[in-house]
Design a protein around this ligand. Structure first.
Ligand code: SDX
Length: 429
């Protein structure tokens, strides 16, 4: 049996250390033994963007980027997208197992019982200008919830944690819909707890009527599946931001607000909005070659393409593409889909993208569906955030229960000035 250790020799000194290998990783702290002078700080790892650093041990989500595999608690995303509801998947992510029928009924009722928002939150949402970006509004709304529910600071009490989880799952869609309609001078539509989660969201948005006041089931199911596809994705940028904030025992509202802030960026969850703006800018399939030339000239990025982990197809992108056509059967096609399909076809045959293993990710097609359903472009990242909320909260609960976790506090390589004398103001410049 080979030794499960890594031997490292520091050629500056000849010092050799042996580190234990666990889960194909070694503890970075072990490198601190390597010193040139006895009073040196010791060696560190340098890993900008954490491209090869495990920040935690997790049992929530597994991603194999080379094989294009995504599983929530061991279940393939393809099966969950086909068989489960979003709240069922939220239960799975949070508690580790798919619920029985009775537990799912109870869980649905508990979440839907939390869909009304505090009048104070409504007042806050009404203060934003009509053109306020919905992500800025959502960040503010979630952070504000920490003031309405100060008990949330008791992050080590499991019952208190669960109450905040239910409040965020229940209230965030209502807050989003309220802000959307308020920004357009439309009256709020109160939540209907008798509806399904996504049916209720579309209901509160005033969308997706089936002609006689109901919610079109195809669109409600498409919304639910899109939420499922976005529900978690291991240690992505926004989840890592959430874990960083929560590692100081900050309350979950502040942690989720920070995660939404990270998601807002166009390199992350803001990509779905950027894709729509890109497709609109291209405007015609005939202009695709010229746009791709700009991408290859590094003038612009092909938004919705590429991924830190997936170096093959993002399995979610293929499911989203299929949903698009189901939605178009109800809403009528979105002309941008033709540009997107041709853009994908052209790019995946182009060596610039193939050599860099750039394929469509979850954001490439999702925005086209959202637009066809009636959502304005700027709300697309908010829809991503609503879907990701159970994943963030599952990762937060896991962090709170992880005895190995400490407050996040990375080190740095200091390359600045050494000590120098303080110049009086008259002697500066
Ligand atoms: C999400 O991490 C997650 O799991 C995220 C997510 C989740 O569910 O939480 O999956 C959701 O954020 C999906 C990604 C959405 N973002 C976009 O679609 C924006 C466009 N994509 C990129 O900007 C980029 O691909 C990233 C940010 C997604 C990944 O960046 P990396 O891993 O840091 O890759 P990189 O920037 O080092 O790129 C490697 C090479 C570079 O070329 P070279 O300098 O080596 O010649 O690929 C090129 C990049 O220039 N490249 C692109 C590109 N993405 C990478 N070139 C053109 N267009 C792109 N989109």
């Amino acid at each position: 049996m080979s030794k499960q250790t890594l031997t490292i020799t520091d050629n500056r000194t000849g010092q050799t250390i042996e580190l234990p290998i666990e889960h194909d990783t070694v503890p970075a702290i072990g490198l601190r033994q390597l010193k040139v002078q006895a009073d040196d700080f010791g060696m560190m790892l340098y890993d900008p963007g954490y491209t090869n650093t495990a920040s935690c041990k997790s049992q929530v989500t597994f991603v194999d980027g080379d094989k294009g595999i995504l599983r929530y608690r061991g279940y393939p995303i393809e099966r969950l997208a086909k068989e489960s509801t979003f709240l069922e998947v939220a239960y799975l992510l949070l508690f580790g197992e798919l619920p029985t029928a009775s537990k799912l009924t109870d869980w649905n009722a508990r979440v839907m019982a939390q869909t009304r928002i505090d009048d104070g939150l409504k007042n806050l949402l009404q203060t934003f200008p009509a053109d306020a970006h919905p992500m800025g509004v959502l960040i503010s709304a979630v952070a504000a919830m920490s003031t309405f529910y100060p008990e949330a600071k008791q992050v080590h009490d499991s019952e208190t944690r669960l109450r905040q989880v239910l409040r965020m799952l229940g209230q965030l869609p209502t807050a989003v819909a309220f802000a959307y309609r308020n920004g357009r001078g439309l009256p709020a539509i109160e939540p209907d707890a008798a509806l399904g989660y996504s049916d209720n969201f579309l209901h509160m948005m005033g969308f997706a009527g089936d002609g006689d006041g109901g919610i079109d089931p195809v669109l409600a199911r498409a919304m639910d599946v899109l939420f499922v596809l976005h529900a978690d994705h291991e240690q992505n940028c926004s989840t890592s931001a959430l874990r960083n904030i929560a590692s100081s025992d900050a309350d979950p509202y502040c942690a989720v607000a920070g995660a939404i802030g990270a998601l807002y960026g166009p390199l992350h969850g803001g990509a779905n909005e950027a894709v729509l703006r890109m497709l609109a800018e291209i405007g015609d399939v005939k202009k695709i070659p010229a746009y791709l030339d700009r991408v290859k000239g590094r003038e612009v990025r092909l938004m919705g393409f590429g991924h830190r982990v997936y170096k093959n197809y993002d399995p979610r992108a293929q499911i989203v593409k299929k949903i698009a056509y189901e939605v178009f059967d109800v809403t009528g096609s979105n002309p941008l889909i033709d540009i997107a399909v041709e853009l994908e076809r052209t790019a995946i045959e182009d060596d610039y993208f193939v050599s860099r293993r750039l394929y469509p990710n979850v954001d490439f097609y999702s925005g086209i569906i959202y637009q066809a359903m009636g959502f304005p472009v700027e709300i697309f990242p908010v829809l991503f955030a609503l879907g990701r909320t159970p994943g963030w909260l599952a990762q937060w609960m896991e962090l709170m229960g992880d005895a190995e976790q400490r407050i996040a506090r990375p080190r740095q390589i200091y390359l600045g000035e050494g000590e120098r004398p303080y110049p009086p103001i008259g002697e500066r410049g």
